[in-house]
Design a protein around this ligand. Sequence first.
Ligand code: USQ
Length: 384
Amino acid sequence: MKALILGIDGYIGWALALRLLSKGHEVAGIDNLSTRRFSAEVGSDSAFPLPSPKERVEAVKRKLGTDLKFVVGDAKDKALLEETIREFKPDVVVHFAEQRSAPYSMKDYEHAWYTLENNLKSTLALLYAVSEIDPSIHILKMGTMGEYGTPNFDIPESAFVKALIEGKEDVIPTPKWGGSYYHWSKIFDTFLILFKGKLSGLTVTDIMQGPVYGTRTEEIIDEELRTRFDFDETWGTVINRYCVEAILGLPLTPYGKGKQTRGFISLEDSVEAMRLLIENPPKEGEYRVVNQFAEVYNVTQLAEIVRDASKELGLKVEIKNVKNPRVEAEEHYYNPEVKVLPSLGFRPKKNIRDETKTMIMDLLPYKERLERFKHVIMPKTIWK
Ligand code: USQ
């Protein structure tokens, strides 16, 4: 198959490109390299030094023996999208080209608006480009489990639910409640996709994915093929941050009461799940929603897992709850439905306990580099 990946330079985009290439698919990608710039904006960098796009293409050729087309450009540029789609003729377009940090979106009005404008514009440009060129192209869109928030009901894996309102029944979009402007941007994306998808008969998989962790996939075996790895308060996600905190001798930082519960998935399982979704698209004209995660934990349990793994590797680590910079439920019900991926034969191969040890071992040789970024780890971005 031919896959066009928007956001190919990112943590998951790069890992998915390698997975698809190694399985014999053709891949092209577009990226405006904004995560590299935004990470520098907050005084941080990837834990692993990142090759340039040109070096990445050369490394793919050397290590995987295959060609990769990497376009440095903006997915909001509809003309660029159209040109690339007409030329490459993809079977699937994967959309990761969005600002993906909740804290970054909460810094101030400018960052909130950038996130909304950037994310909605690229989504709408893609929906129009595909509708106009070939509506049968499968769109695989990265949403987030955070679109649902943390409701007191079981989260269905479906776009619509039955509702009884003042004695009358109808079908309504599944209720959503974001916890940051970033999460709201993905909720609005979902509504745009549902609406335009219905008008133009688009074939869409909308993935609701939980936080992703890990340093490796089967293809990411050496430095040249590594994907970026963020750990600072703006760009790092919880498990990845804890592993770097452990290496730097900092306390692990559950926010507030520390009972915030999420569904987590390793990078390896995330790209494998997406390979399955790409190879098994929905029916033409269908909108398919997929809840994508492997294990459910709260952030205190995760801290305990990382502390125990660190101990086994000879690191002395403590857990210290810090004042929660976010406005979020710190203790809540959480029970999302997961049926689509298992129906395609997906079984997670990794688990957090084993994977955190691998992560710490992969990161330890970079301790000196990480020391330079010690000052960007503690939370500073305040929601209120
Ligand atoms: N948290 C801590 N300590 C930390 C960092 C985070 O307790 O040091 C807590 C947060 O308060 C939150 C939870 O961990 O309750 C998850 O935070 P996170 O930073 O790991 O993830 P989040 O900001 O929700 O966003 C990440 C990705 C985003 C993706 C989302 C999936 O950056 O792109 O959409 O995970 S989900 O969380 O399901 O919305």
